[in-house]
Design a protein around this ligand. Structure first.
Ligand SMILES: Cc1cc2nc3c(=O)[nH]c(=O)nc-3n(C[C@H](O)[C@H](O)[C@H](O)COP(=O)(O)OP(=O)(O)OC[C@H]3O[C@@H](n4cnc5c(N)ncnc54)[C@H](O)[C@@H]3O)c2cc1C
Length: 389
């Protein structure tokens, strides 16, 4: 796509998004056009649409931001197309979505902004997106959806569970990728989770799940899951990962369940003969929230290439945490725990110019940490994280 086409698409989207509650109104208008003109599509979506609307706008803006980087955008869209097979979507559903989005955009932009040239630019952009997704889905030979049985459900914090499953058929995902998951208690509400272990031929998989206050799905994942439940999983997504034979040193930064995709990569690297140096900072609000230190301690003690620094925002545990009263033992292989906001702590070491950086955690933690690193001189091109939607 030429740069003028990209500019026209971006400018109209930004103008709509900049209006007061513009993104929300755009999403409402889009879904109302889609469900009115194509009522058969309603069944693909959950009954409650509020978080769906948020995700739509963030996904559009993520895609539009990358229109001029086809080497990044096209593989992302191809993954998305393969993942969308889990809904059973067909070519005509893509056309319906593209038509509804273009109509919603044109209504918002108004006659003055929505010229024939703008309309044509959107048509071109949406065709590229749909064709890439449809093409990748059509070529894929793996199942559109995998099912797995919950083998173990363990609460490791009051709002965080580790869930292990065995899949009926193993998924080949790269360590660091994420997967969309549906649980029986929340039909049609798929949520992304990052496996915390590398793929294995037996189809065993583990997820770390934090219950988000007021969330639709994550509280049910941690409170209503029982051994024997059948979960459904889509195709793997994302591009975090340390290529075999990579010589670039790594800086990894995780908060909360953000440790999962980084831990999966470290476990995979531990099976290799040589690795670049990796410094992992793992954080939480309170010391007791650093729930996975034992595994990290064992990894760091066994592998010279790995340095692990725990970071907690507060020095002390909260009053509600049932402490034994004894000071926590210093686990072997770990650096002494640091106190402070994780982005600030990591940036205080300097710009990390010789490192490739991965950040994983909540959207706000990823954004703040990225901002702190950039302010310390880290080049944006060296920083990677998953999409924040
Ligand atoms: C690439 C990727 C990988 C992910 N991997 C994991 C994982 O391994 N483990 C895990 O527990 N979660 C993971 N998540 C988050 C997960 O997909 C859900 O977004 C999260 O569980 C909330 O879902 P919900 O239905 O409970 O909340 P929703 O009903 O979707 O949202 C409720 C409210 O919570 C806010 N919210 C959503 N997610 C978060 C969050 N992470 N932190 C703070 N507020 C939030 C929303 O903006 C909304 O206001 C990942 C997300 C992405 C994008």
């Amino acid at each position: 796509m030429d740069s003028r086409t990209v500019a026209l698409i971006r400018t109209t989207f930004k103008a709509v998004a900049a209006e007061e509650s513009g993104p929300e109104r755009l999403a409402r208008s889009f879904y109302s056009i889609l469900f009115t003109e194509y009522p058969q599509i309603r069944d693909f979506f959950p009954a409650a649409m509020d978080s769906q609307r948020d995700r739509l706008v963030r996904a559009i803006s993520y895609t539009l931001d990358r229109l001029e980087e086809p080497n990044k955008l096209l593989p992302f869209l191809a993954q998305l197309g393969r993942d969308h097979r889990k809904y059973g979507v067909r070519d005509e559903h893509y056309q319906a979505v593209a038509h509804s989005l273009r109509t919603a955009m044109s209504r918002f932009a108004g006659n003055e902004m929505w010229t024939d040239e703008v309309d044509h630019a959107w048509e071109q952009g949406l065709t590229l997106i749909c064709d890439t997704m449809i093409g990748a889905a059509a070529k894929e030979t793996t199942p559109p959806v995998w099912s797995g049985t919950v083998l173990e459900h363990r609460m490791v914090l009051h709002n965080l569970a580790v869930v292990r499953l065995r899949l009926d058929q193993a998924i080949k995902y790269a360590a660091g990728q994420y997967i969309s998951v549906q649980i029986p208690a929340r039909p049609r509400m798929w949520r992304y989770l990052s496996p915390s272990v590398p793929a294995n031929a037996n189809g065993e998989i583990e997820f770390h799940i934090r219950g988000v206050l007021g969330g639709w799905v994550s509280p049910a994942m941690i409170n209503q899951t029982v051994v024997g439940d059948q979960w459904l999983l889509g195709s793997p997504l994302g591009g975090l990962g340390v290529p075999r034979n990579s010589k670039r040193k790594m800086l990894m930064i995780a908060c909360g369940t953000g440790i999962a995709p980084l831990r999966a990569q470290l476990l995979q690297m531990a099976q290799r003969r040589t690795n670049p140096k990796v410094h992992l900072f793992v954080g939480g609000h309170h010391p007791c929230e650093l729930y996975d230190l034992r595994t990290l301690s064992e990894l760091a003690a066994a592998h010279k290439w790995l340095t692990v620094t725990p970071v907690a925002e507060r020095e002390e545990n909260p009053w509600w945490h049932a402490d034994s009263g004894e000071p926590a033992p210093q686990l072997p292989g770990l650096e002494p725990r640091m106190t402070g906001q994780i982005g600030k702590v990591v940036a205080s070491f300097g710009p990390w110019s010789d490192r490739d950086v991965q950040i994983a955690g909540s959207p706000s933690m990823v954004q703040t940490t990225k901002f702190r690193l950039m302010a310390a001189g880290t080049q944006t091109k060296n920083i990677r994280h998953d999409p924040l939607f």
